[in-house]
Design a protein around this ligand. Sequence first.
Ligand SMILES: Cc1cc2nc3c(=O)[nH]c(=O)nc-3n(C[C@H](O)[C@H](O)[C@H](O)COP(=O)(O)OP(=O)(O)OC[C@H]3O[C@@H](n4cnc5c(N)ncnc54)[C@H](O)[C@@H]3O)c2cc1C
Length: 492
Amino acid sequence: MLRRTFCKTTLAAAVAATIPGCGRDMPPAATDVGSLIPAVSSAGAEISIETAAIGELADSLSGRLYLQADDGYAAAKRVWNGMFDHKQPAMVVQCVSTADVVNAVDFARDRNLLVSVKGGGHSLPGKCTSDGGMMIDLSKMHTVDVDADAMSARADGGAWLAHLDTASLQHNLLTTTGTVSHTGVGGFTLGGGMGRTDRMMGLAIDNLLAATVVTASGDVVRASEEENADLFWGLRGGGGNFGVVTEFVYRLHPFNPTVYGGELIYDVDKNFLEFYAELLDQAPDEANIEPFFMPGEDGKMMAVVTVVWGGDHAAGEKALASMLAFPGLKGGDLGPKSYQAIQTQWDGLAAHGGQEYLKSGFLNELTPEVIEIMVDFVNRGTIVSWFQHLGGATSRVAPDATAFAHRKMAVNFGINYSSRDPALNEAGIAAVREFYYVLEPHMAGFYTNLHDDTEKKTWGNYGPNYPRLVEIKNQYDPTNLFRLNANIKPTV
Ligand SMILES: Cc1cc2nc3c(=O)[nH]c(=O)nc-3n(C[C@H](O)[C@H](O)[C@H](O)COP(=O)(O)OP(=O)(O)OC[C@H]3O[C@@H](n4cnc5c(N)ncnc54)[C@H](O)[C@@H]3O)c2cc1C
């Protein structure tokens, strides 16, 4: 299959003659235009890759290999953020097995080829793609198997959050996943993984039981508390730095797929934010309360608050009664709701292909200064912004228990430009930065998955965990093959 796919490609006519056996069904090439294709090295230099070797790689795969002019290349290289979709990897290796990933990694490492890894393709700063590199595309590896007796789920490295939620909820089980269901489990989990049940269940990494990793050497390694515990520690917050994860195993928790919750709408003013600050202080772990500031139909900014209570409904009704009684309430309701309907409610809003730019940061508390800044910037109406509710179980894990150091935070606050019109990018990006840089002094680090920043800031953001991450990087990826991520620089 692979051989056929490759031979149908771009280079088909030109290359067929250069790959033994590949041109069997093809007419003879009119001209042999050479046996090299241009690519880019890890360090960004222009290099060439032999087409014969590409043919051998293609033959070795159960999945497919796409070159730039192939039918299917554009779809295979597609990423979520439209700002980066113009990028043209030299090749996309669409893997369907761990063995395919090993072959791709071996090929790229031996030729010093720039590598990006695409799980769900939702990297905000476009780290899953490149110009001239190899994209290791896991999108066809998306099976999830639930073991209801063991209360665990095994997810392929390219699965979406939707696959994990759907498979788990069928058994009235769940683990923490994020708020847009077409996001990939890969990048989501490796960065930390926040979601509407993290206060009850912890972050995704707090529920990770094991992972199968293809390291830079092409070895297939199991990581868990019992096996390669250092690697397991680093995977939980260290991003894609240590290899390609082809399989994640998660702990599942009993969960009623019908939650108490809904959406409530408020004006964005000081009273509302002070009220939200009180809720953050008092909310039980079952409560997840996340305001999204966006323009209403009249153009005026409003707080659309998604509420999920993951426990007993009567207890939720009691605990959340003050939200319904708050005088600034403009609309919405709370009641029994399908959790999966809530988990997919923003899928359309966050559809693929938009122009997206985002900065976010953690806040310990909403101080009067923070509230003043937020009321001012949000009501300028130039940009949307939102909270992710943390605390609870996420903060009962020690900052050095996993690579994810930001454990004592009440919320993550995101500021988000999103448009379908590239002409608006410059103003949108400027609006995000203006708001963010005023808030930044009040923030305590950021979530590497929802940020773009300098290397130095990224290293500082890992906090006291950084030296241990460098040691693990030195062991598993000493040449920094996996560098398109919140990169940890090896020192060997
Ligand atoms: C619309 C939207 C909603 C989001 N909501 C949330 C949320 O609710 N909570 C939250 O915590 N985050 C959220 N995020 C951030 C999200 O966690 C990151 O964007 C994450 O990187 C997405 O993972 P992905 O696999 O889809 O991305 P990709 O772009 O495929 O991957 C991002 C990076 O992760 C690494 N990677 C991905 N898969 C693998 C793998 N299998 N093995 C090794 N490395 C891998 C690679 O380094 C890659 O560059 C959201 C992002 C978007 C765009």
